[in-house]
Design a protein around this ligand. Structure first.
Ligand SMILES: NC(=O)c1ccc[n+]([C@@H]2O[C@H](COP(=O)([O-])OP(=O)(O)OC[C@H]3O[C@@H](n4cnc5c(N)ncnc54)[C@H](OP(=O)(O)O)[C@@H]3O)[C@@H](O)[C@H]2O)c1
Length: 257
């Protein structure tokens, strides 16, 4: 969609979500921003207002389906949403342990999968009845080829990628477009904890610009940087029997629990 005016972004209090909010902030734009940390969310909202946008923000947990739904429906009634970006997410790895604790797996699944569904569905019927709207799901390159260092994170990102790509097809003709975003490493608080080299690490501002350009073109899958996306895509086409030894050598990602 070109020049979306009414935009809702989850996880806007930090990292990529904050950079996306600033990317879209401009006169005539209404931003609805969500996060949990009130102080950081307020700071992002203020920066967006400085750029001329109208901003309304809410401190909510994306796992709380009912509260999130009430807020999103109220946003849509106030200003019919053009674009919803389901960005909020968490990450954790095995920390080099054998497997991840079940509690960590469930926490990642509920935030990264349920959180996305809770974000996309409340305004979808209204978008369909208007015959207009765009949904963006922030997945990851870890959703292209599973990383043994972070099984639950990889699985959650593959799940929302598959879901988004299928949803795009099922909504074809309705006027509602779906794009799935698969970024590589972005410099944010999420990756600041990583103690290993991150190839082609990019700034959140550059990632937000790439995403906004891809969404404007209505691309199905926005995978970047291409230098990392294509090798991972090719590796995902090969049998895990052949590629596992390579992925087994990658460094461990710190655990969350
Ligand atoms: N950084 C990367 O290299 C990278 C690469 C590929 C994909 N991604 C994806 O990009 C998205 C943004 O990540 P980031 O790097 O910007 O991380 P980040 O700086 O840690 O930001 C995560 C955002 O999600 C919000 N959030 C997390 N859990 C939430 C919950 N239960 N309810 C509501 N909000 C919640 C956080 O809100 P509060 O801080 O206010 O709690 C924060 O605004 C994630 O989906 C991540 O998986 C990141």
């Amino acid at each position: 969609m070109k020049n979306p005016k009414n935009i809702l972004i989850t996880g806007a209090s930090s990292g990529l979500g904050a950079a996306l909010a600033l990317q879209y902030a401009a006169p005539g734009v209404q931003l609805f921003l969500q996060g949990r940390n009130a102080q950081r969310l307020h700071a992002v909202a203020q920066s967006c207002e400085t750029r001329g946008a109208h901003v309304s923000s809410a401190c909510l947990d994306v796992v709380d389906a009912s509260s999130l739904s009430n807020w999103i429906k109220a946003c849509d009634e106030q200003a019919p949403l053009d674009l919803i970006i389901a960005n909020a997410g968490i990450s954790a790895g095995t920390g080099g342990r054998a497997g991840e604790p079940a509690s960590q797996v469930r926490r990642l699944f509920s935030t990264n999968i349920d959180g996305v569904i809770n974000t996309l569905y409340p305004a979808l019927p209204a978008m369909i009845s208007r015959g207009r709207g765009q949904l963006a799901i922030i997945s990851s390159l870890a959703g292209i080829r599973a990383l043994p260092s972070s099984p639950a994170y990889s699985a959650s990102k593959a799940c929302v990628r598959y879901f988004g790509e299928a949803l795009r097809g099922s909504l074809r003709g309705s006027g509602v477009a779906v794009s799935v975003v698969c970024p590589g490493y972005i410099r944010t608080p999420m990756t600041d904890v990583n103690r290993f080299p991150m190839p082609f690490l990019m700034s959140a501002e550059k990632a937000a610009l790439t995403i906004a350009k891809g969404l404007e073109k209505g691309r199905t899958r926005i995978g970047f940087p291409r230098r990392l996306y294509w090798p991972l895509w090719w590796l995902s086409c090969l049998s895990p029997r052949i590629t596992d030894p390579f992925f087994d050598r990658l460094p461990a990602k710190s655990g969350g629990d």
